[in-house]
Ligand binder design. Sequence first.
Ligand code: AMP
Ligand code: MG
Length: 330
Amino acid sequence: MKRLLTLFLAALVLLLPGCAGIDSDESFTAMDTFMSLRVSSDNADEAALLRAEIERLDVLFSPTSPGSDIARLNAEGTAEVDAATAEVIDTSLALCKELDGALDLTVFPIVEEWGFISKDYRIPSRETIEALLKRTGYSAVAVEGSRVTLPEGFAIDLGAVAKGYAADRCVAMLREENASGAILNLGGTVAAFGKKSGGAQWTVGIADPEQSAQYIGYVSCSDKIVATSGSYERYFVGDDGVTYCHIIDPQTGYPVQSDLLSVTVISDSGLRSDALSTALFVKGENGAADFYRAHGGFEYILLTKNRQVVLSDGIRDSFTLTDSAWEIMG
Ligand code: AMP
Ligand code: MG
């Protein structure tokens, strides 16, 4: 009997770390990408609740689903939108300003013209791009309460920020539920919430741009959002032999051509990480370093075409390189 009791107590001790929460997970496609959620919380339905919220936002934000907030706004030029849509547009407009227009929600007509929405890729004429550039400029978008208004001929797209905003919503829900830990991968925007069940930090892999199912290294962190933008995510090779990626330089109307293959940004805010990863891809290596010095509040990892890893000062101790084909600079 005493032996049985000892065994029982030993088993209880072993199980204790698991008592921090019930694990739940979900894998699905939303926002045009694959998502996977793993949550440890007292609520066994937590992952399903997060999935439902992401799917709700996807329906609101989709530029191609007729009747969505963004489709109505683009079609009518003005629309009453959900509080979440108004919030993400309003906050993103402030980020467009902070980023000097390297992020610009109004480049949508240009993104569409290059075929990145229909996936019927084509190189527009210079005249077409010049004409479309006249229909862009984030500062002309007005948000008053739940009403959003665009100038004639304008259209917006939340593709650069939607996953980050969704990650923030999920983190807020996890906090409300007192969840102990979660790792949420929203198509390359990863929320590392709390700790692993054993108390360790999360490790977030940095995708190899040449084989994106593999990692070149990882970041150890907790309560951070790690967002990656890369030219390898969506691109086409034109008849001219040039590779065109889905991130547009709002100044020229052309897909960004640079030595960067990907930009990862790590910060406390999903919206900020997602906005910055896209915009620093536009700004390039020197522009990213200048913006980091002037603004801060985030860290970055740049991967270049020469297989070099460029790290901001505050991430060096948290990043581990695992692929010897790459080298850390500086
Ligand atoms: P991400 O994957 O977060 O880097 O966002 C890229 C998506 O945002 C693209 O597929 C476009 O829909 C849109 N986009 C492209 N260039 C820009 C830009 N300079 N500013 C805002 N959105 C952009
Ligand atoms: Mg982004």
